[in-house]
Write a protein that binds this ligand. Structure first.
Ligand SMILES: [Zn+2]
Length: 447
């Protein structure tokens, strides 16, 4: 039976599948049917995963499953507000407030007065838990996903590099696993740093991962990432870079300014071409000079531009961080980890892209002292941000939830706690210690 049902889907997936769906009475019926076929395990490898990915659906989970979280405090509620409850149904927030006593649930979770917040979104992370996107294995992606969840992250952009004239299997794999169940945080898409960036401002990126802007290489990248390239960091002073920025925007990819030696004027040209975001503000860009303002002044002045900020207090001095936050405001600031595989592990020596680096007290550096990222989880990064800026907790949380969700065009599904939104939620203490992480209604981490 399963072969007969599955056979027509293979040639024109997902188009054939949509046609088939239209002939069936309901999605619930279809999912029961899929459950049956998947559990019979008679499909070719990867087909059941393709089905799960297409529906954002896990066959091992009963779709009528309900999880009730009681005794929690909404992160943005006034301090004196009493605790509330959140009901999750089919991976989506179904109700907020006092739930009728007769409501049947498969699971109840007593939050014991903890804060409930939307899951954090990290738009810049290379690795975690001993794994790197460049490892190009499903196990590495799972390790990153699960480690992210420990620090309150429910969605992340797999941030990595493209290697011109080399194999880029890591990109095909990250694309394949986008929006699939990896056991922890969801991989929401790919963020490429380069390859069209400045050699002078390469930071931790190896020269072989950098080249001059080329529409042909961009096509190659768009092909291999198969519709899952969410963001590209690009330098606006390079020849033909403005055309690439326009192509990125046309393809629905966020063009992010970074790793650049651009002048003030060249930065503004990039904004006009479609740059809407900045990669790790201050890092790998020229500083401000009173006769040569450089990109930073242009960025601060551009009110429509959001900026990633590494808020560990090492990549940017705490005083500069506070200044930048006061200038940008909470709607334009997005704290990131710029995380490496050392996240979640102790101090020690690690390898990034074949080069050894040291992780010490949360900072990762090549042997020549070049800062290459952090070994801090996003909840730890946010805790430092609050310490350095005195930003209120609810405002800080919004900068790693609602603001990045909006940047990624996911504000309709993620980044806030509201009925109908994805149940990507976390329970945490006032000190930002993460107690529970829930992704699509499933508890993926609990302390
Ligand atoms: Zn970078």
């Amino acid at each position: 039976m399963s072969t007969l049902i599955a056979a027509p889907f293979f040639n024109h997936w997902p188009f054939g599948f949509q046609l088939k769906m239209a002939t069936l009475p309901s999605i619930h019926y279809m999912k029961s049917l899929l459950n049956l076929i998947i559990l019979q395990n008679t499909l070719p490898p990867n087909f059941s995963l393709a089905i799960k990915s297409y529906f954002n659906y896990d066959a091992t989970m009963n779709m009528s499953q309900r999880l009730l979280i009681t005794n929690c405090r909404l992160f943005d509620a006034p301090q004196d507000k009493r605790t509330t409850s959140v009901l999750i149904e089919n991976g989506v927030i179904a109700q907020i407030g006092q739930i009728e006593s007769g409501t049947t649930c498969d699971n109840t979770l007593d939050a014991q007065g903890r804060i409930i917040a939307p899951g954090f979104i990290d738009v810049h992370i290379q690795g975690a838990g001993g794994a790197d996107i460049l490892d190009a294995t499903p196990e590495a992606l799972e390790a990153i996903s699960r480690t992210c969840a420990r620090f309150g992250v429910t969605g992340f952009l797999a941030t990595t590099v493209f290697k011109p004239d080399q194999e880029n299997r890591h990109l095909a794999l990250a694309a394949e696993y986008t929006n699939r169940d990896l056991g922890g945080a969801n991989l929401l898409g790919i963020h490429l740093e380069g390859p069209f960036i400045s050699l002078e401002k390469k930071g931790m990126i190896l020269p072989e991962c950098i080249c001059l802007p080329s529409e042909q290489i961009l096509d190659e990248i768009l092909n291999i990432t198969d519709g899952h390239l969410s963001m590209m960091t690009i330098s606006t002073e390079l020849p033909e870079s403005l055309g690439i920025i326009r192509s990125l925007v046309e393809s629905g990819v966020i063009a992010s300014f970074g790793h650049s030696n651009a002048t003030y004027e060249q930065t503004l040209e990039g904004f006009d071409a479609g740059i809407s975001h900045v990669t790790h503000l201050f890092n790998a860009t020229p500083s401000i000079h009173h006769r040569s303002p450089g990109p930073l002044v242009a960025i601060f002045q551009a009110e429509h531009i959001t900026a990633q900020v590494i808020t560990d207090g090492v990549h940017i001095h705490p005083a500069v961080l506070k200044f930048a936050y006061e200038k940008l405001g909470p709607d334009r600031t997005i704290p990131i980890t710029d995380g490496m595989q050392a996240i979640g592990l102790g101090d020690g020596m690690f390898i990034y892209n074949g080069i050894e680096y040291e992780s010490k007290a949360g900072a990762a550096r090549y042997k020549d002292g070049t800062l290459i990222g952090t070994a801090l989880g996003l909840s730890q990064i946010l805790e430092r941000f609050i310490t350095f800026t005195d930003c209120p907790l609810d405002v800080a949380i919004r900068m790693v939830t609602k603001i990045p969700a909006g940047l990624l065009g996911l504000e309709g599904k993620k980044g806030t706690i509201a009925v109908g939104k994805d149940a990507d939620l976390i329970l945490l203490d006032e000190n930002l210690s993460v107690h529970t992480t829930i992704v699509a209604g499933k508890i993926v981490f609990q302390e």
